[in-house]
Design a protein around this ligand. Structure first.
Ligand SMILES: Cc1cc2nc3c(=O)[nH]c(=O)nc-3n(C[C@H](O)[C@H](O)[C@H](O)COP(=O)(O)OP(=O)(O)OC[C@H]3O[C@@H](n4cnc5c(N)ncnc54)[C@H](O)[C@@H]3O)c2cc1C
Length: 479
């Protein structure tokens, strides 16, 4: 059957605006966030209801048309991008963006999977509650994508990853079956936890159409501090001190090197005058929903203890909302700063907290011996053992060729180091199309076998996001 016949079949299922087959409009959906790969498709479908998603999947399955689910297309591993065959359709959830219900008593929010993360945060805040998932892309990423990648972000140290926030799910399986489990229960021991299968599944098992997320009390007080680290400051010990002495009120513990701060500052219109210490900086924040806690006093006491230990040279406590915003802006502008300079080769590594310092030392020597002229931008959610260990693309150099060179050489050395320390090559960005070879290289054989069995059980014909992450059994190698 020709592609135009398929398009007609999909037009019959969807109302006006639900099928995009104009090549110019399609182009905005077929390149990944980092602009490393452009795939091809003959149509982008935008269902407005779960039923429409199920109808699309049934037609696609009958015609052996592959499906790539897409949210905000902000992910970093090419998982939301179709392959070059032109035989996969993109199913964008952007028209399914309703907040279905906020339940302040159960402290939960039920949403369509296409809801933009920021809108979900705002809806929760209007009810006096916090959706504790926050990341730089929150203005454009969507809940289905957050579930697909198990997004982490800026407050994992206190609230966990997306996985920890998911209470219920609605999803369409590869034969059009709808899994309807939009419950708000904290406790529900009634068999396999199917919703968790979709977390981090990167669209390979089905299309998530709805989610129930756990909310927390909305913080009304925050204490935000900029810690100038002493040279070789022991990050894990510092984190332990801050957590212990704040009674775990810590919501953020973000590490930034001087180079990353400089890149962010160059990209800001009004950069603050804050600088890094000899060992970099930590942006630490306490948050509380209580009116009775003196968070500033607590932060001052904790910082005094850290200074006394010699781990930090100095620290600044934000004295106003605008000072806090400025500190945060530095952290959040780092990706933009890297992009403006000519981009970076990203390494989203994670190691046990106890090995962070060792990783930094070993990786630093590896970079120096690979090419002493390379520049790094190192920052990350170090409170979770997660570092973005990024190699900057030199100005004027071809970004894609440079990325390929680094990824086939230095990156593997860095990942080897992370693996030797019991860490991982992907902490929060996923596997997608770009990191499949790394999953094969570093993944435990038994774990990959189990993943392939799960994939086979959910999607034996490999309709759902074929080419991303893992293949079903009987379809060649794991990836
Ligand atoms: C500036 C910036 C900062 C970022 N910071 C962070 C960070 O701190 N932490 C972090 O974890 N990530 C971060 N990211 C990466 C990205 O924002 C996250 O991975 C996010 O969760 C992706 O959501 P999305 O809606 O854009 O998903 P997409 O990119 O559209 O899709 C991601 C994957 O999920 C699948 N998918 C999408 N929707 C569905 C669905 N409805 N059902 C099933 N599968 C689906 C796709 O097929 C794809 O495999 C950042 C990105 C940028 C650009």
């Amino acid at each position: 059957m020709s592609q135009s016949v398929h398009v007609h079949a999909f037009c019959d299922l969807l109302d006006g605006g639900g099928v995009v087959d104009d090549p110019e409009q399609i182009a905005t959906y077929t390149t990944d966030q980092r602009q490393l790969f452009t795939g091809s498709t003959f149509a982008v479908l935008k269902p407005a209801t779960t039923k429409q998603v199920a109808d699309i999947v049934r037609v696609a399955a009958r015609q052996s048309i592959g499906i790539v689910p897409q949210g905000g297309n902000t992910s970093y591993c090419g998982g939301a991008t179709p392959d070059a065959s032109g035989r996969q359709i993109i199913v964008s959830l952007e028209r399914m963006d309703r907040i279905r219900e906020v339940d302040p008593v159960s402290m939960s929010i039920s949403v369509d999977a296409g809801a933009i993360l920021k809108n979900v945060q705002d809806a929760a805040a209007t009810a006096g509650l916090l959706l504790p998932l926050s990341l730089g892309a929150e203005g454009s990423c969507r809940i289905g994508g957050n579930i697909g990648t198990n997004a982490g972000g800026l407050s994992v140290v206190r609230y966990g990853m997306t996985r920890d926030l998911l209470l219920g799910i609605e999803a369409v399986l590869s034969d059009g079956t709808v899994v309807s489990d939009m419950r708000k229960l904290r406790k529900n021991n009634t068999g396999y936890d199917i919703k968790q299968c979709f977390v981090g599944s990167e669209g390979t098992l089905g299309i998530v159409t709805g989610a129930v997320l756990r909310l927390a009390p909305l913080p009304i007080r925050r204490a935000t501090a900029w810690l100038k680290l002493a040279m070789d400051a022991p990050l894990a010990e510092l984190l332990a001190l801050v957590r212990r002495e704040s009674a775990d009120l810590l919501t953020t513990f973000e590490f930034m090197t001087a180079r990353s701060i400089a890149l962010a500052s160059e990209a800001m219109t009004n950069p603050p005058s804050v600088r890094a210490g000899a060992g970099g900086t930590v942006l630490a924040e306490f948050a509380s929903s209580s009116r009775h806690l003196d968070l500033d006093g607590l932060m001052e006491a904790v910082l005094a203890e850290a200074i006394e230990s010699g781990w930090i040279e100095d620290a600044f406590l934000a004295q106003s909302g605008s000072q806090r915003t400025a500190m945060w802006e530095v952290r959040e502008t780092i990706p933009e700063g890297e992009k403006r300079r000519n981009g970076s080769v990203k390494h989203d590594i994670s190691v046990p907290l106890s090995s962070i310092q060792r990783f930094l030392d070993l990786a630093g020597s590896q970079v120096r011996s690979y090419d002493a002229d390379l520049e790094l931008s190192v920052y990350g959610h170090v409170g979770d053992g997660n570092l973005h260990y990024n190699v900057l693309v030199p100005p004027g150099v071809d970004r894609i060729a440079f990325t390929k060179r680094i990824e086939s050489g230095l990156s593997l050395q860095l990942y080897d180091t992370a693996a030797a320390l019991d860490g991982t090559f992907s902490a929060e960005h996923g596997v997608g199309r770009f990191k499949k070879h790394l999953l094969e290289r570093y993944g435990d054989v038994g774990r990959i076998a189990a993943m392939r069995r799960i994939k086979t059980a959910f999607d034996p014909a490999d309709i759902m996001n074929a080419g991303a992450m893992v293949r079903p059994l009987g379809k060649g190698s794991a990836s």
